[in-house]
Design a protein around this ligand. Structure first.
Ligand code: AKB
Length: 321
């Protein structure tokens, strides 16, 4: 395949792994990674990398003219906790960045756009359990408000301007290859690192705070599957609910303890608790399953095993579990 794919915000938690997967499919030289910052990750040495601030329209247009991508994955955003700390920047980056991409899709006739939404689009009056695709959505964080507005604009650009934009409402993403940054679900990654190093984790959420989560291999599969599905199968052009598993800090800690018996969790709740409390416990993803065949492969136990086995060598350990 000789088409070019542009990934914006490539150095983040999802982008780093997505670039690696896309390069396996399309070839190293056809996947252009771009970000406002540089990363030392090996994956970026294998193919083109461009410095891009998605708010800089001129630079973005120059990149589109240079590479003429047929697909753009627009991942640059401030996540929930960071956007609460920097609300103006959160809104500007999350909304104007998306407008720049959607307008470019029209002007440069880009074939397909991918843009991630989040469970943050839900709010305190949303049904908490098995949250359906369509229900009350009253997000009370800057991040959630920007994602909900972004969803509406994605659907608008699909209906009014013919942009083939596809989107998923990600739960918390957990992986061992790249680090998350600025999210409320980030504890569920650092807990594995702590289990292998200090064997202690101080959690910023309370013990019973249940949140929807997804293991990175499943997140990558969902992202590539929705982008590779025939257009007529994508019936929702705002964003699809997507579920993997749900657990609380005390449940993930108990699961880790079954592999590392001397692991201990303690709790020091901070401002992120209020964000977590406004989000659902679990998600109903019937539409994604029915429309384009989504099904996750990992549950908490199989994810924990894979995380610990793969992270252990980084800390000079080898685990056979
Ligand atoms: C966050 O915690 O902000 C993100 C998300 C759920 O979108 N991981």
């Amino acid at each position: 395949m000789s088409e070019n794919i542009l990934v914006i915000g490539a150095c983040g938690q999802l982008g780093t792994e997505l670039v690696e997967e896309l390069r396996k499919i399309y070839g190293d030289s056809h996947v252009i990674a771009s970000d406002i910052r540089q990363s030392d990750d090996e994956v970026f040495k294998n193919g083109p990398f461009e410095t891009l601030d998605i708010l800089d329209k001129n630079n973005f247009s120059a990149l589109l003219q240079k590479y003429k991508p047929s697909q753009v994955y627009h991942l640059a955003a401030l996540l929930s906790a960071t956007a609460e700390a920097k609300p103006k920047l959160g809104w500007t980056l999350n909304m104007d960045g998306l407008f720049n991409v959607l307008d470019a899709a029209v002007d440069f006739k880009i074939g397909k756009i991918y843009w991630p939404s989040s469970i943050a689009v839900f709010g305190p009056n949303t049904p908490m359990n098995d949250t359906p695709q369509n229900c009350v959505m009253d997000p009370n964080t800057v991040y959630g408000i920007s994602k909900l507005a972004g969803e509406r604009y994605c659907e608008y650009y699909f209906q009014k301007r013919g942009v083939d934009v596809r989107s998923l409402r990600y739960p918390g993403l957990i992986g061992y290859k790249s680090a998350p940054g600025g999210g409320t679900t980030d504890y569920a990654v650092s807990i594995y690192h702590d289990a292998l190093t200090t064997k202690k984790h101080e959690c910023f959420l309370g013990p019973q705070t249940q949140l929807p989560m997804l293991y990175m291999p499943d997140a990558l599969k969902a992202t590539l599957d929705i982008m590779h599905a025939p257009a007529e199968k994508i019936k929702i052009r705002s964003s699809y609910n997507l579920a993997g598993m749900s657990f609380s800090p005390e449940e993930i800690a108990a699961n880790i303890k079954s592999f590392i018996p001397d692991f201990e969790i303690s709790y020091k709740v901070d401002h992120r608790q209020a964000i977590a409390d406004s989000w659902p416990n679990s998600i109903n993803d019937t539409e994604a399953r029915n429309d384009w065949g989504w099904a996750p492969s990992y549950d908490l136990n199989s994810m924990s095993k894979d995380m610990l086995v793969n992270l252990a060598p980084r800390y000079g350990q080898s685990l056979s579990i």
